[in-house]
Design a protein around this ligand. Sequence first.
Ligand code: ATP
Ligand code: MG
Length: 258
Amino acid sequence: MTTLDTRKVSINFGGLWAVKDVDFSINAREIVGLIGPNGSGKTTFLNIISGIYPATNGTVTLQGENITGLRPFEIFKKGIARTYQSSRLCWDLSVADNVLMGLYTKQKASFLDILIHPQKTNNEIYECLQECMDVLSYFNPALFNRRYDLARDIPHIDRRRIEISRALVGRPTLLLLDEPTAGLNDEETMRMMDDIHKIKEKIKDICIIIIEHDMKVMERVTERIVVFNAGQKIAEGTYREVISDANVVKAYLGGSTV
Ligand SMILES: Nc1ncnc2c1ncn2[C@@H]1O[C@H](COP(=O)(O)OP(=O)(O)OP(=O)(O)O)[C@@H](O)[C@H]1O
Ligand SMILES: [Mg+2]
C-alpha cells in the first residue's frame, strides 16, 4: 500500500525552482534513499512533505488523504515525523526531556486541566514519559541508560539518536531522516544504520525516506534510491541501477561509483 505520494510537486524561491515537478511515492515498510549534489533540493523536498514550506504547485497525499498545504504540526499529527540536517537539541535538557518534546503536539491537557485536574495531567505526562522510555530502550539501550544525562554531555552519535527517538515517539507512519550520519565516522555510521534497521523491525508498516551522501550507507539500508539534480528527479531504482545510470554518474557520482 502506498503511504506517501507526491504529484508534480514544485517550489519556487524568488525565481529559482528548488524543487520542480517531482513525482515520488513510498510504500509501507520501504526505506527509500534520496541522493543528489549539494543544493539539488533534497532537504527542500522534505520541507514540503513535512509542511515547513508550502508547495508552489503539486499535491502531497498521505495514505489517500490530500495533505498539501497543511501546517507542520497538523502533518506531524497525521503521521509524518522528521529529523533535521543540523542538530536541533536543547543542550541543557536531559536526553529524556529532549525526546519528550516530540510529544508536544499530542498533549491533550490544557492550562485549565493543569490547575483543576492535576492528576489527569500527571497521568498524561506519565504516559508520555513511558512512551519515550519505550522508544529509547528499543532504539538504543545504551542511550536509554543515559536518559537523565544532559544532551550536551553525550557523544555526537547519541545526539543524532535523540533526534530520531524524538521523531519516533509520535509513532509515525513515515519517518524523514535528513543526513542522520552527518559528522559520524565510518564505524559510527554503520552502528547508526543498524539502529535504523531496528526501527523497521519494531514498527509495523513504517516507511523511511533517508537523505545521505555516503553511497555505502545507501547500499546497505535502502530498497530504492531516488536521485535529484537541480530540483528534479533524474533517476530512480535499486542501488545497482542508479550507480550504473549515466545521468547519475555525470550529475552526482562523478565517475567513482561507490
Ligand atoms: N528558504 C529558502 N529560500 C531561498 N532559497 C532556498 C531556501 N531553501 C532552500 N533554498 C535553495 O533551494 C536549493 C535547494 O536547497 P536544499 O537545501 O534543498 O538542497 P540539498 O539538496 O538539501 O543540499 P545539501 O546536500 O547541501 O543539504 C538551494 O539552491 C537553496 O539555496
Ligand atoms: Mg540538505
